[in-house]
Design a protein around this ligand. Structure first.
Ligand SMILES: [Fe+2]
Ligand SMILES: [Fe+2]
Length: 353
């Protein structure tokens, strides 16, 4: 209360636009207030807060941080993350601290999984900011880490429910047309592997996988006699098959999917040279997701046996991709496919799992 009164006094003077004449007592009181506020924040906030020097040594932590390790703050001072975390995890933390110190730029809300002393993992979001001196030079870092495991678990449960619903739908559709829905599952496995090889982040890979699972959903509206016709399709029948792209898109668009998903599906028969369908889009108008789907689709279809032809075999399939890389198909993606298949002794890697 004493602090509060003094603080209000200073505030009133400032608001009257008078030059404040601060007595020693007032300054001391303001300083004590600042300290009390900071200490209050450090002691009560349910986030781990830590200050480090330029050698990444911990110089101060709050209660919450220390309690996480069942230590007192004094036991932690002077140590580094390598004293508390597994080596690879501590190395990542060290690299982030070094980045903040060197660039003077913060890292905001980085989501990561950390191993706890009891052997379980939690999910956290971490913000690290540089502490600078008067000259603007970084003299240490301040880190704040918040546990979001509960939120992450809820998100994962929701996602699992969606994926399982999709699997149930797949199973139902599979009874009608086993080839198409086996095909979409295999295309999904191929797409996932390619996206991971390209270094895509987790959510984008997941979205691509869902696009692959749903890319031919419109075929459900095409009579099986046409889809599985042993001989050559008439022009009209071929046109009906091509319609599946529009039908897939129309089925998905009323629902709230990630924005790229229906569009990527709509484009999965487009080719870089503009000779695909339904819109004849050229390279720079085709989404990266659709470029991957197109290659996975061709790869899986050519390797598979169909009622109207034998399986074409790996050599013929890879030759098709090689001959048309950069022309019909994205070259970077084709190169990834060729490398993975080569590493898998020229066998379809999607059949391994
Ligand atoms: Fe298709
Ligand atoms: Fe397909």
């Amino acid at each position: 209360m004493v602090y509060y009164v003094s603080y209000m006094k200073i505030k009133r003077r400032l608001s009257k636009n008078k030059k404040p004449r601060r007595s020693y007592k007032e300054l001391k009181s303001t300083l004590s207030l600042e300290r009390a506020l900071l200490q209050n924040l450090l002691d009560n906030i349910p986030d781990a807060i830590y200050f480090k020097d330029t050698d990444n040594r911990i110089i101060r932590v709050n209660k919450f941080y220390a309690e996480g390790f069942k230590l007192s703050p004094e036991d932690i001072i002077g140590k580094t993350d390598f004293d508390f975390f597994p080596k690879d995890q501590a190395q990542r933390m060290f690299e982030d601290d070094t980045y903040v110190l060197k660039t003077g730029k913060p890292i905001i809300g980085k989501i990561e999984r950390t191993l706890l002393p009891n052997g379980t993992y939690n999910c956290v979001t971490t913000t690290k900011i540089p502490i600078k001196n008067k000259e603007g030079k970084a003299i240490g870092t301040l880190g704040v880490t918040r546990d979001i495991t509960a939120y992450d678990n809820t998100e994962r449960t929701n996602l699992d429910m969606i994926i399982n619903s999709l699997k149930v739908l797949d199973k139902i559709l599979e009874t009608k047309d086993p080839y198409t829905f086996g095909h979409t599952r295999r295309v999904s496995l191929i797409a996932e592997r390619i996206a991971k090889e390209l270094g895509w982040e987790e959510n984008r890979v997941l979205e691509l996988k869902m696009s692959a699972e749903l890319h031919d959903i419109g075929k459900i509206l095409i009579p099986l006699e046409i889809l599985n016709k042993p001989g050559k399709l008439s022009d009209l029948e071929y046109k009906m098959v091509q319609e599946h792209v529009q039908q897939s898109y129309d089925m998905l668009i009323p629902y709230s999917f990630p924005s790229q998903l229906p569009e990527a599906i709509y484009q999965h028969h487009e080719r870089l040279d503009g000779k695909g369908y339904p819109r004849g889009l050229v390279a720079d108008k085709i989404l990266p997701e659709a470029k991957i789907l197109a290659i996975c689709d061709v790869l899986e279809a050519m390797i598979s046996h169909r009622p109207y032809r034998q399986a074409l075999g790996m050599d013929v399939t890879l030759q098709e991709l090689r001959d048309n890389a950069g022309n019909k198909y994205d070259k970077e993606v084709v190169d990834v496919v060729l490398r993975i298949i080569n590493e898998n002794n020229n066998k379809p890697f999607w059949l391994n799992s």
